[in-house]
Write a protein that binds this ligand. Structure first.
Ligand code: G4P
Length: 536
């Protein structure tokens, strides 16, 4: 595999764009995403020492720690997008929120990448969260590269792991490397793509594996490095694998039908570099962006980008927000004036930031595929498109109906206006759905997972100094109402008790039971209720 030979489906890309790889890591908690991210950054030269990405504290996934992480915006922000170089490639790693309660945010994050690395634990195989995230990737046919981690511990049989991925995820799996031994006997891998032996050094966790180049598996020099019994097993298994498993087809990987799998141990820095080479070689270049009325190709000269995430109050003293923008085309320069399509207004982008590991730095330039952060005062919302004048709108960035609703009140009733402001901001950030009922006072807040209520409550208190109360609501879900203006008006007038408006002013029907939805469908054929809405 050479540095320049890459699978491509867009031969016309300028070199600067062609060298970009924008991807996310999907995994179940504990599989090793954080450790792998650290090692990526270490190899990419973006950090000097492993351990810098990690939030402090032993039980950092406990609730209190999670909220502390949310409060400590520095950590979560620098981890939202990270850019680093690997050989002559520029990698942009976009973080997916780890907790399953944040699946909507995760979904949107996955709209900003061209590929995903799926990390699984060698002992546990495909776990629930991995499966869910995989399905989201599949909706977009995202190419997936797999890393089977923790091979230094007792792991499952290699064929069993591969079978499980093939069966549970309905994707062809092709081994890029083959593990030699496991647990205490794990020696390393045989690299099937380059016919070479990779040995793990347990003594130094930050050292690159020792690579020995051999003339295939039958090279007598193998015996100098691998005990006879393990060598025999390796030869047998590789022969079987080559017979039974599909060979690597780069086109099929690009189309999301096949995933190559590397085996390794992130904590021992083993297998990481091979995986990075795999991302460079088989992970795609920046891909076209779905948009209306036409698709945006990365090689277009003019700059376009779309907001897939907004993070507010990174510094509570300044109430700043950063919109994370995926550049869909062109070559961006700092100071450019772009058109904010939703408001049709020009916007000078004077302080864009690039996220280099734990630092932010001014982005003097960026290319299609890159992620830049644009500080703003609330003009930029999730789903917004920026162009050099053309009225294009990125599509496919949905907002989902919440699965849990609660009413929200300020502890101090005099502070209702403040609460409204805080809630609207979180709604724009995409952290929650906020509905103002047509009848009565207060707000109804909708989320996907219960933990979000806690995080919201703590952020409102921390960032706005407002204690709030969440209380049960009679409603359990919400649907956006569509139809001709007079049909919607007639419907809302007749169902006022159920009607609310979201933060964009769109009409929402609040439901208690599925029966409510069935009734509307039966009695009001002129309106439709939908569980998703494209972000404006
Ligand atoms: P996550 O972000 O996917 O949740 O996983 P993370 O990297 O935090 O890893 C989860 C645990 O698994 C950590 O241990 C980490 O050290 C360990 N781990 C990661 N990669 C490997 C590996 O290749 N081999 C082995 N044996 N362990 C690995 P922890 O005890 O939960 O945390 P810590 O005390 O090490 O920070």
């Amino acid at each position: 595999m050479s540095d320049t030979q890459t699978a491509t489906n867009r031969p016309a890309l300028p070199a600067e764009i062609a060298r970009r790889r924008t991807f996310a890591i999907i995994s179940h908690p504990d599989a090793g995403k954080t450790t792998l991210t650290e090692k990526f950054l270490l190899y990419g030269g973006a950090i000097q020492m492993a351990g810098q990405v990690r939030a402090k504290g032993e039980a950092r996934r406990t609730r209190s720690d999670f909220m502390q992480m949310e409060k400590d915006r520095g950590i979560s922000v620098s981890a939202s997008a990270m850019s680093f170089d690997f050989k002559h490639f520029r990698f942009n790693l976009v973080d997916t929120p780890g907790h399953s309660d944040f699946s909507e945010d995760t979904y949107r994050t996955l709209t900003a990448v061209d590929a995903a690395v799926m990390v699984i634990d060698g002992a546990k195989g495909v776990e629930s969260q991995t499966q869910k995230l995989f399905e989201v990737c599949r909706l977009r046919d995202l190419p997936i590269l797999t890393f089977c981690n923790k091979m230094d511990r007792e792991a499952r049989d290699t064929f069993e792991i591969i079978d499980e991925i093939q069966e549970n995820l309905a994707i062809d799996v092709t081994p890029a490397s083959w593990p030699i031994g496991m647990g205490r006997d794990f020696l390393g891998c045989y690299d099937l793509l380059n016919d070479r032996l990779e040995l793990m050094d347990r003594a130094d966790r930050n050292k690159v594996a020792e690579t020995i180049t051999l003339n295939g598996l039958d090279d007598p020099a193998m015996e100098d490095h691998i005990p006879a019994a393990l060598l025999e097993q390796l030869r047998e298994e590789v022969e079987m694998a080559r017979e039974l498993l599909p060979t690597l087809d780069p086109q099929s990987v690009l189309e999301g039908h096949m995933t190559p799998i590397w085996f390794g141990s992130a904590i021992n820095s083993f297998g990481v570099q091979e995986l990075m080479e795999g991302i460079a070689t088989y992970g795609p270049e920046p891909q076209p962006q779905r948009a209306s009325p036409r698709e945006i190709a990365p090689e277009e000269k003019k700059v376009t980008g779309f907001v897939f995430k907004v993070q507010a109050n990174m510094d509570p003293k300044h109430r700043d927000r950063v919109a994370f923008v995926r550049l869909a085309s062109g070559h961006f320069h700092r100071g450019m004036k772009l058109t904010h399509v939703r408001s049709k207004k020009p916007m000078a982008i004077s302080n864009p930031v690039l996220f280099l590991a734990s630092d932010r730095e001014l982005a003097e330039e960026a290319w299609a595929g890159d992620i830049i952060g644009i500080p703003n005062h609330g003009q930029l919302r999730i789903g917004d498109t920026l162009t050099e004048g053309e009225m294009l709108k990125a599509t496919g960035i949905p907002s989902f109906a919440p699965e849990l609703l609660q009413s929200c009140r300020a502890g101090d009733p005099m502070k209702a206006k403040h609460l409204e402001k805080a809630l609207m901001q979180f709604a724009e950030e995409g952290a929650a759905k906020v509905f103002k009922p047509a009848f009565g006072s207060g707000f109804i807040v909708g989320v996907v997972g219960a933990l979000q209520f806690e995080v919201l409550g703590s952020r409102i208190e921390l960032e706005y100094g407002l204690p709030v109360r969440f209380e049960g609501s009679q409603f359990t879900s919400a649907r956006w109402v569509h139809g001709q203006k007079d049909a919607v008006e007639k419907f809302t007038n007749a169902n006022k008790q159920h009607i609310a408006h979201d933060h964009d002013g769109d009409v929402v029907y609040l439901t208690r039971l599925q029966w409510d939805i069935d009734r509307v469908e039966r009695d009001y054929p002129d309106v439709t209720l939908s569980a998703t809405k494209e972000m404006l």
